[in-house]
Design a protein around this ligand. Structure first.
Ligand code: MRU
Length: 356
């Protein structure tokens, strides 16, 4: 369904239609040209929406998966807990296989799973009611978490600062405010007058299509640059801080985020620009000791060779390597901003304290 014109920020990134038992999302692959709202009902539709990045960004993936699992649970026709749980688990594992790097996916699904396991003796309609509440809570919490990250992040910058961000860790990647954009949105409300540089973020252009779009819609001063221009704007003294999101933060602070983040962080270190990772504690994975242990998603070659071009832009048969994320070493990160405060080195201690 193509919607009438209103700002992208007025739409819900992810929501639940409980009447129709459908997951409702903005199809982010159509942005910025068309704001298209789509409704998802089947396991394949939900899995595909996550895999194809119709809904993307770690926190939004978590919320979509929880709401999607609720929708699928509602389609299970049985009165028996054992049969219900068998099918529920199958759906949960299937959704969990859609994308491997963002820990929010398994985190949100595990929350839903724990709830069902704690209600073994309840009637199925009661379990469904509880699941709906849990999914809505995950969304509500995401909004509060992003706002808190925004407040902490804002305390690290000053009026008129230049801020560089990579990929989209904006409202479109969450349910409101974004993570890396939360300090920018809150600062904008308070007249900070930030000048934001958005990396376009090859190969899927989340920076150009999503971050530039949503910040511009909010009336924020945003300039789009190619990924290979960050050193130039830093050298020219136009960047006072880098704010990025994350898909998984290991116990030692090594951080997986969109491919290219570690390039930005390395360059920022050279030019003495602080790098802040904005991380809901749900994205901190204390079971993963370091970046070496993070599973990095590798995506199809076509995303690099042809996807956004009118015609193919690489020779037929060329070898392609397309990892969707990279790991920024903790030594390149100035601070990790969570909803509970800011973690600094040594991250092994500080992250553990803030995660509690
Ligand atoms: O592949 P994507 O678009 O899901 O990647 C998104 C990112 O890398 C974001 O920076 C990250 O998920 C944080 S979103 C608040």
């Amino acid at each position: 369904m193509i919607m009438e014109k209103k700002s992208i920020l007025e739409y819900e990134t992810v929501e639940l239609d409980t009447k129709e038992n459908e997951l409702v999302i903005i199809d982010q692959t159509k942005l910025p040209g068309n704001i298209e709202i789509i409704r998802l009902k089947t396991a394949e539709e939900i899995w595909n929406a996550i895999y194809l990045l119709k809904v993307r960004g770690a926190p939004a993936i978590g919320v979509a998966a929880a709401m999607g699992l609720y929708v699928l649970a509602g389609s299970i026709k049985t009165d028996s807990y054992v049969m219900f749980y068998e099918k529920f688990e199958e759906y949960k594992d299937y959704l969990n296989s859609a994308r491997p790097t963002a820990v929010n996916l398994s985190w949100a699904l595990s929350r839903m799973d724990r709830l069902v396991r704690s209600m073994k003796d309840s009637a199925i309609p009661d379990i469904l009611k509880a699941l709906e509440k849990e999914a809505q809570n995950i969304k509500k919490e995401d909004i509060a978490v992003c706002r808190a990250i925004g407040e902490y992040g804002l305390s690290l910058v000053k009026r008129g600062d230049g801020i560089l961000t990579h990929c989209n860790a904006g409202q479109l990647a969450t349910c409101k405010y974004g993570t890396a954009t939360a300090p920018i949105y809150l600062g904008h409300e308070r007249g900070y007058g930030f000048k934001v540089f958005a990396d376009e973020t090859r190969p899927l252009l989340q920076g150009a299509r999503l971050t530039a779009f949503e910040l511009q819609s909010a009336g924020i001063d945003v300039t789009l640059i190619c990924d290979n221009m960050s050193a130039t704007v830093m050298k020219q003294g136009k960047v006072n801080a880098v704010f990025v999101g994350c898909d998984r933060v290991a116990a030692n602070g090594d951080t997986a985020n969109k491919i290219g983040t570690s390039v930005v962080a390395t360059v920022a270190k050279y030019y003495n620009v602080p790098v802040y990772v904005c991380a809901p504690t749900s994205t901190i994975d204390l079971n993963t000791p370091d970046g070496e242990h993070i599973n990095i998603e590798v995506r199809p070659d076509s995303e690099i060779t042809e996807m956004w071009y009118k015609e193919r832009m690489a020779p037929e048969g060329i070898k392609v390597y397309n990892p969707a994320f990279d790991v920024t070493d903790h030594s390149l990160i100035t601070g990790i901003i969570t909803e509970n405060g800011i973690a600094y080195e040594p991250y092994t201690d500080s992250l553990r304290k803030l995660k509690q």
